[in-house]
Write a protein that binds this ligand. Structure first.
Ligand code: SAM
Ligand code: SF4
Length: 332
């Protein structure tokens, strides 16, 4: 595979990793991500069809993308997901998916056929009642057994946990204990502010706080740092002799913008070059008008801000993301 990419920004960062959101809809209602009533429904024609997803993905790959992850909303509720996976599997890319895990049992064979090796599953609590309250639905047991199913079938499983103070921050060591007995990578994600999710700095459980908790519980000698991969957003650790590992994604207190190689394509076909940016470029419209999509991709990434979408007042306590998108409509 050619290892060069044409998608480079003005700071020299090469962009080889594309995250495609397949839908804004979801079968859960995690309170930090999605309004209780769901997202405002829009005409079906606002969103990419499966053919358009494939067509745009092919253009990105031709420009040098080597890794594609499907996300959402919940990607597994996209009609035609089987076909999308099978078409994308023909491209020379590493294919992955981020899911809430509810429908994994239905699609595990499709994952195998598509050559998917890595599945990220979000699970914010190991306590059934608490998880069901966070997600406002009752799928805890199904998700938990689907994680076991993925492990039994040799998938590389990462479990995403958004930590929120006084909601689930008392479970840090429970999750790490789980990574000691199972070959999973638990990833603690700092809570991020998006439209309507009632975020504030006090609710954030920082990278520093997580490490303090871990060191005092297990003892510093038992916590090993694992070498981070280039462009990885996770800082990884392992408890000595554990089967799995854990990591921290500290987008808020310790961002990883310097090595960012990500491009996000929203379900309505907009390129959004940073989670925190609120400028978007409409690729789907351009594709439908038969305009030069490649040129738009290159321009959009070239103009990417150096850090966090150009937000400078990040550390002030009154910071709010002025945007009309909740996380579920951006594609996490
Ligand atoms: N539905 C799939 C899932 O839950 O994994 C994929 C989409 S979801 C938006 C992707 C990731 O974003 C999940 O791990 C979720 O926990 C995370 N996420 C959503 N809202 C967030 C927030 N406000 N702060 C930090 N992470 C968030
Ligand atoms: Fe749905 Fe994932 Fe958002 Fe939860 S985090 S509401 S599962 S999109």
């Amino acid at each position: 595979m050619d290892n060069t990419t044409k998608i480079v920004d003005r700071f020299g960062r090469e962009h080889k990793y594309l995250r495609i959101s397949l839908t804004e809809r979801c079968n859960l209602r995690c309170f930090y991500c999605m309004p209780e009533e769901g997202v405002k429904l829009r005409e079906k024609s606002c969103f990419m069809t499966s053919e358009e997803v494939i067509e745009l993905a092919e253009k990105f790959v031709a420009l040098g993308v080597t890794k594609i992850r499907l996300t959402g909303g919940e990607p597994l509720i996209k009609k035609d997901i089987g076909n999308i996976l099978s078409q994308l599997s023909k491209l020379p890319v590493e294919l992955g998916i981020t899911t809430n895990g509810v429908l994994v049992d239905k699609y595990i064979d499709t994952f195998k056929k598509a050559g998917i090796k890595s599945v990220n599953v979000s699970l914010d609590s190991l306590k059934e009642d608490r998880f069901n309250a966070i997600s406002r639905r009752n799928y805890f047991n199904r998700i938990k057994s689907n994680i076991d199913l993925l492990i039994e079938n040799d998938f590389n499983v990462k479990v995403n946990v958004v930590l929120i103070k006084d909601v689930n921050d008392d479970e840090i060591t429970d999750f790490i204990d789980w990574s000691i007995i199972k070959p999973i990578e638990v990833r603690f994600i700092e809570f991020m502010p998006f439209d309507g999710n009632k975020w504030n700095w006090d609710k954030l459980v920082s990278n520093k706080k997580i490490l303090e908790t871990v060191h005092s519980h297990y003892g510093e000698d038992y916590v090993e740092k694992i070498k981070d991969k280039k462009n990885d957003t996770t800082r990884s650790y392992r408890i000595k002799k554990a089967k799995g590992s854990f990591g921290i994604i500290s987008s808020m207190t310790n961002p990883f913008c310097d090595t960012c190689n990500r491009i996000r394509l929203t379900a309505d076909g907009k390129i959004r070059n940073c989670l925190f940016s609120n400028s978007e470029v409409d690729l789907l419209g351009a594709l439908r008008r038969k305009q030069n999509v490649e040129q738009l991709i290159l321009q959009s990434i070239y103009n990417k801000e150096k850090q966090r979408g150009g937000i400078n007042n990040f550390e002030t306590s009154d910071f709010v993301l002025k945007d009309d998108r909740s996380m579920v409509t951006i594609g996490g």
